[in-house]
Design a binder for this molecule. Structure first.
Ligand code: HEM
Length: 401
């Protein structure tokens, strides 16, 4: 009798033991139950690389219009109010994405290079002075929101307050599924701030993204103020926490592979390899949801129409059919465009390039200033979330060069 028959795999994305280390469960899912059904929580899950990647591309039969999160509070026909075009299907999604892309261009992102470095130093230098500090509180939790603010054109004095509110928007007490009142209030307040900023740029343009979005046009079609506001909010929700967690996961796994990390700290050019392998080995956006539009056949079973279907990104990135020695962390391995970390198809992450650039600059600067570091395991706190993976607290002790 096989192990599977004695002890069938159980997958519950709300389970804290699962959060401690999801990878053994993912492995069993891929091997024993590549189409998994959990009728109690109410979802189906695809765990093999090929199914996840095909699922991203199959946007006709797997819809995003009910939201892309497992959590009931972020799932349903109103999801687009907070998730903008991430929670829409084509053609609505494509219209908004194309218009936004007129302003959110690769060139605009590349031009941020120097400012990202300055912002990194602003947070990193004082923290290093202390010798021991919390990487999340002092650096990783601040940089992504500052970069988004820089991009949109938020004046510096307002940024700390916006950061505080953005943290409240995404923060959830463990186990609480409803959106907490402070998150609702912070969302309303952030929306109010951005609304005023858009109105102000309408009166007088500058060279920031907000102004570029006001001028974005395709065949006479333009974004409304409400649509620009929706996109700004999406950047805060989709781009902020994921990048913070990426920076945390990179430092954590680096500290667990001392023989690999020392040469990477010594050679800032290799920071992008560190980022890439962290994105594969332990990515910050682990699970996204879809809704089946029609009955779908997978591995001899049928997902009925109208069901919630999870694409397990974290599992796809550990699939041994695609990545050699998939469970080992190897900075410098070539994943050559195969990562599932930023999704795929029409909803491929619009901020992927920005997130990678930001993480590369921050980690290279860390290496330029730090010759060695260790994580204080007794002080780490993990975020308990069904989709975001990473730390709320990551105390580090550094050896400054
Ligand atoms: C979409 C991951 C950073 C903006 C996505 C998706 C994933 C993802 C998996 C696809 C979701 C789906 O198909 O349902 C990540 C990760 C990040 C990151 C792991 C950091 C490590 C960012 C940043 C921004 C951003 C920095 C912008 C400032 C977006 C937007 C979409 C998206 C706008 C929606 C695209 C669409 O629906 O067409 N991201 N993201 N992301 N991401 Fe990111």
């Amino acid at each position: 009798m096989t192990e599977a028959l004695i002890d069938p795999v159980v997958f519950n994305p709300y389970d804290y033991h699962f959060h401690d280390d999801p990878y053994p469960t993912y492995k069993r899912l891929r091997e024993e139950s590549p189409l998994y059904h959990n009728p109690d929580v109410g979802f189906w899950a695809l765990s093999r690389y090929a199914d996840v990647v095909d699922g991203f591309k199959d946007n006709k039969r797997l819809s995003s219009a009910n939201g892309v999160s497992l959590d009931p509070a972020a799932y349903g026909p109103h999801a687009h109010y907070v998730m903008s075009f991430l929670a829409m299907d084509d053609p609505r999604h494509m219209r908004l994405r194309q218009l936004v892309s007129r302003g959110f261009t690769p060139r605009r992102v590349a031009e941020l290079d120097g400012r990202i470095l300055e912002l990194t130093k602003q947070h990193l230098v004082p923290a290093l002075g202390a010798g021991e500090f919390d990487w999340i509180t002092e650096v990783a939790g601040k940089l992504p929101m500052d970069v988004i603010s820089e991009l949109m054109g938020v004046p510096e004095p307002d940024r700390a307050e916006l950061r505080r509110k953005a943290d409240l928007v995404v923060h959830r007490e463990a186990g609480v599924l409803d959106v907490p009142q402070p998150a609702v209030e912070a969302s309303i307040s952030l929306m109010g701030y951005y609304k005023e900023m858009i109105a102000q740029r309408r009166r007088s343009r500058t060279d920031d993204l907000t102004s570029a979005l006001l001028d974005a046009e395709i065949d006479g079609d333009k974004l409304s103020d409400q649509e620009i506001l929706g996109f700004m909010f999406l950047m805060v929700v989709a781009g902020n926490e994921t990048t913070t967690k990426l920076l945390g996961n990179a430092l954590y796994w680096g500290s667990h592979h001392r023989e690999q990390i020392t040469p990477v700290l010594d050679d800032p050019e290799r920071a992008s390899e560190w980022v890439e392998e962290t994105l594969r080995y332990d990515t910050s956006s682990q699970i996204v949801a879809r809704t089946s539009v029609v009955d779908l056949e997978y591995h001899g079973r049928t997902i009925p129409a109208g069901e919630k279907v999870l694409l397990l990104i974290g599992s796809a990135n550990r699939d041994a059919d695609v990545f050699e020695d998939a469970d080992s962390f190897q900075i410098g391995r070539s994943s050559s465009g195969k990562l599932a970390s930023f999704g795929g198809g029409v909803h491929f992450c619009l901020g992927a390039h920005l997130a990678k650039l930001e993480a590369k600059i921050a980690l290279a600067e860390f290496g330029r200033r730090v010759s060695d570091y260790e994580v204080d395991e007794s002080g780490i706190e993990r975020v308990h979330s069904t989709n975001v993976r990473g730390f709320a607290a990551l105390p580090v002790k550094v050896q400054v060069r």
